[in-house]
Ligand binder design. Structure first.
Ligand code: EPZ
Length: 415
């Protein structure tokens, strides 16, 4: 298995560009199925999850080409409404294709996506919403068959502002009869980006970014060209990696508004952060200070930044309390950090972090995407040579990670 070898202890300094957002790209690739034509999507990151989503669309009849950061997706012909089981298991977020296939074909069959390293990740909110829209949902031995005469606009109130459920309902409603109201929706920037893409194809959606979204069904969508927003979690990740080494960073192509909660916490930790139109400058040459964090739905502190902050807080002066409110099992990377010298106690979904002076290099294993990024962050701060196994997880969501870190002065090699 491939691994990263990192010689840590160097202060990272430099300027890099943020790539397009993984979590905006994936639902938009699924959304192209709603247009029996060609969609051109720009600023698409070249990462494993995007490759996997494209392979699912190819398996059901789409023609997809890539030219640099541009995806050209021709969904004129769909040959199947079955999502391949292996790809469903490999990437849970492929469940987002269900809403698009229901919207277009009025049917979809798929296997239960199952849990992953950060939690059980059920899809009850997705399925309950589909039923309210007139879909028959048959669950048998882990397989799910969805079928509908027609999808009827209705009012759906989500028990939890689930990102995936919000996106799936939007996709299923775009070509439905009538008007759908979704309440207590997710308000993430990726939801707004999906609304903008669907409306660019001729949909009639309002309210993304607020707690209610209104979708007025339309008959047909048309071809469009669209550019993906920048990746707010990638931006936050590099800020944490540089801050853990007491370095300095200039990040270009940032949407500052999207990382307000992250910047607020970095400042609380004694980092200097200056914001410009679409650029952020970080200076972390002062001693890091402890702070407390509670992960929340957007615009609260993002769960996808939790592991990168715990890794930094483990080097801060004082004791920090981090409560993970979104996923029930998102501290799997902590035992690996403890191997590197961190002083962290986990009690349920709370981490109590006592700052230490530094990390020691070690051989560690990534078990999920953001936990893997956290281990790289710790290795960059540790003196000596560390090995990070399980880098397939990391390459699901970070484009050109070795190249970008090398520009910042990191000694990192993929072996
Ligand atoms: C999206 O996952 C993101 N993935 C995740 O990013 C992100 O952590 C998460 O939203 C929360 O912001 C993509 O966009 C591809 P949810 P999703 O539905 O949609 C529970 C990363 O690292 N829930 O908002 O799966 C669920 O178990 C990834 O880039 C139900 O109970 O997240 C979880 O506890 C990781 N029933 C909570 O809601 C449901 O039907 C939030 O899940 C659906 C969700």
């Amino acid at each position: 298995m491939k691994f990263y070898e990192i010689e840590g202890g160097y202060i990272l300094r430099g300027e890099i560009d943020v790539s397009g957002s993984k979590n905006a790209t994936l639902p938009i690739i699924a959304a192209t199925l709603l247009n029996e034509g060609v969609s051109v999507i720009k600023n698409v990151p070249d990462i494993r999850d995007v490759k996997m989503m494209c392979s699912i669309l190819r398996k059901i009849g789409c023609k997809i080409t890539r030219e640099k950061d541009v995806l050209i997706i021709d969904a004129t012909t769909i040959t199947s409404s079955q999502i391949p089981e292996d790809l469903m298991r490999e990437m849970r977020s492929s469940v987002i294709i269900v809403g698009a296939l229901l919207g277009r074909e009025k049917e979809c069959s798929f296997t239960y996506p199952g849990g992953c390293e950060i939690g059980s990740r059920p899809i009850n909110l997705h399925l309950e919403a589909f039923k309210l829209m007139g879909v028959d949902v048959l669950e048998k031995n882990g397989n799910i068959e969805c079928k509908a005469e027609n999808l009827i606009g209705t009012e759906i109130v989500l028990d939890f502002p689930s990102v995936g459920a919000t996106e799936n309902i939007m996709l299923a409603s775009v070509l439905s009869d009538g008007v759908t109201y979704i309440k207590n929706v997710a308000r993430e920037p990726e939801i707004v980006c999906l609304q903008d893409f669907l409306n660019a194809m001729g949909a009639d959606i309002k309210g993304a970014g607020t707690n209610t979204i209104k979708i007025k069904g339309v008959k047909k969508l048309h071809n469009t060209e669209f550019s993906i927003i920048s990746d707010r979690i990638e931006a936050g990740t590099y800020m944490c990696m540089v801050a853990a080494t007491k370095g300095e960073l200039i990040l270009n192509n940032v949407c500052v508004e999207h990382i307000a909660a992250v910047i607020h916490k970095l400042r609380q930790m004694n980092c200097r952060v200056h914001t410009y139109k679409n650029k952020v400058k970080l200076n972390a040459n002062r001693a890091l200070k402890a702070t407390n964090i509670k992960t929340m739905p957007y615009p609260g502190f993002p769960t996808d930044m939790q592991s990168q902050f715990v890794t930094m807080l483990a080097l801060a002066e004082g004791t920090s309390i981090i409560v993970e409110n979104i996923f029930e099992n998102r501290f799997k990377y902590v035992p690996e950090l403890i191997k590197m010298g961190a002083n962290i106690t986990i009690e349920g979904t709370t981490a109590i972090v006592q700052g230490v002076d530094t990390y020691s290099s070690a051989n560690v294993q990534a078990k999920d995407l953001r936990g893997g990024a956290a281990l790289i962050e710790a290795a960059l701060a540790a003196n000596g040579l560390s090995r990070i196994e399980g880098i397939d997880f990391v390459e699901r969501g970070y484009e050109n990670l070795v190249k970008k870190l090398t520009i910042l002065g990191a000694k990192i090699r993929k072996q």
